[in-house]
Every structure is written in C-alpha cells, then in structure tokens.
Design a protein around this ligand. Sequence first.
Ligand SMILES: NC(=O)c1ccc[n+]([C@@H]2O[C@H](COP(=O)([O-])OP(=O)(O)OC[C@H]3O[C@@H](n4cnc5c(N)ncnc54)[C@H](OP(=O)(O)O)[C@@H]3O)[C@@H](O)[C@H]2O)c1
Length: 256
Amino acid sequence: MYHPALFKGMNVVVTGAGRGIGLEVARQFLDCGARVLAHVGRTLSDVRPDFLDLAAGEGRAFLSAADFLAPGGVESLAEEVRSRFDRLDVLVNNAGTMVGRFPAADLTDDEYRTIVQLNQTSVVEMTRAMLPLLRKGTYPAIVNTVSISARSGGSAGSSIYSATKAFVAAYSKALARELAPEGIRVNCVSPGTITTDFHDRYSTPEKLEATRKSIPLGRLGTAEDCAPVYLFLASHALSGYVTGQVLEVNGGQLIA
Ligand SMILES: NC(=O)c1ccc[n+]([C@@H]2O[C@H](COP(=O)([O-])OP(=O)(O)OC[C@H]3O[C@@H](n4cnc5c(N)ncnc54)[C@H](OP(=O)(O)O)[C@@H]3O)[C@@H](O)[C@H]2O)c1
C-alpha cells in the first residue's frame, strides 16, 4: 500500500470501475487520498461494495454509468466528468472486454464493430474528450489498460480483441511523445491472466489451469496484483520520468 496521501487533492477518472481490475484501481486511488470519478460500467446497480458508497457519501467518489457501445455513451461520461471536476490529474482508460471468442471465418460485421468500438474507439474518444481537463491538471497522467495478448496475439477466437489492445498500446506510445512537451505522461498496464469475471465468461477452468501451469510464478494474477502498477504509473513522485511504456503484469507469463 502506497502512502495514504500520495494522491491527496487529485482528481482521478477510472473507467470500468464497477468490478474486476478497475474496481480495485479505484479503491487504491481512494485509499491514497484521491477524489475518484468511478465509471462503474453500463449500469449503476444497487449492489456496490461498501467502500464505494462510503466514499461517495463523503464526496470523495462520484459514481457514473455509461454504455460505451451506445451512441453518445462516451460523451455522456465526459460530460459527467466536466460537471464534477474543473481539472483532471489522472485518466485510467480501463473499460473493455473480449465480448466473445469468434473464429476468424465466422466473425460478423457487428461483432467486429462491437469489439473495436469498446476496446479501441472508446479509448480514443475518452482521451480526446479529457485532454482539455488534463491540460489543467497537476503532473497529469494517462494510464491505459492493454493486455498480454497485444504482444502474444492471444488465444483462439480473440484476434480482434488482441489487435485492439495492440492498437491502444501503439496509440499510447504515440500520444506519450506528442503530449510530453505539455508534461502529460502516457503509459499502459498490460495484465496477463487475471482472475476476474472476464475469464469466468471467456475461459474454461481447464484452459485457466493449463495457463497457470505455464506461469513462472505458479499462479494466476489478481486485481490486487495489478492495481499498484496503475498507481505507480499515475504518480509523478514514483514514475515522473516514465512515459510511453507498457508495463507487463503477468507473473512471468511473457518474458521478452
Ligand atoms: N482479466 C484479465 O485477465 C485481463 C487480461 C488482460 C487485459 N484485461 C483488460 O482489463 C480491463 C478490465 O478487465 P477485467 O478483467 O477487470 O474485466 P471485467 O471484470 O469484465 O470488467 C470490465 C469492465 O468494463 C466495463 N464494460 C464492459 N462493457 C462495457 C460497455 N459496453 N460500456 C462501458 N463499460 C463496459 C464493465 O462494465 P459492466 O459491468 O457494465 O460490464 C466492467 O466495469 C479490460 O480492458 C480487459 O480487456 C483483462
């Protein structure tokens, strides 16, 4: 756990913070003193972790829902951020998912567009919308979630998803160079195989066990393994000279 005042007074947006990796990232930013606008996903459910409700009650967290696949979905979240914050210090673009496993020959136009809109286009749209606020931030940083599959290509049926993550990694590197003169750093966290709802949906227990055996550290990852890396990359004090990098968090699953 980092210092409880590491992000004191800072405004942070985390997308896809209703569960999994994003939820833990939001929790750790809150624990370190940030004000967090947590985009909880497509809908604002009544069932939420207590810490989010507590922080919301204290005015430290703002909860917002937006479907990034709906027309105007990303812009509605951007508008919510503008209504809460007059400047932004950290943007974490994390919302995304595989959508499904689609053999290349069977992939429909609709499936293709859905995967690209959610994992790729929404990141570009959200980043563009947040840049005016980030320019007013203190040591602003963008941290994007990519995936081990951006480098490995992923497993069967995930070709478009893996390609969207590779797009975000390359986009982030280009942005890092473009925005460096303004003092905005851009980096990525690349999770390996992390036990969240994601794999409950897209991987069988047998596949996960085979993956586990291939990981040098001998276990699958957790959201708690990933979140500190987001905070590290978001903090000027901890990583102020790091930009344009993709930090792999995978227990050694990919060593290159
Ligand atoms: N778990 C892994 O092994 C792994 C590995 C590499 C990369 N990643 C990446 O890590 C990120 C977080 O994944 P996770 O494992 O924490 O998965 P998760 O538990 O499935 O969480 C995904 C988040 O994205 C949101 N989301 C999905 N569809 C959306 C939509 N149409 N509009 C807005 N938000 C939407 C979800 O909200 P809802 O509740 O509304 O669905 C949820 O908050 C994703 O970008 C994923 O691709 C995960």
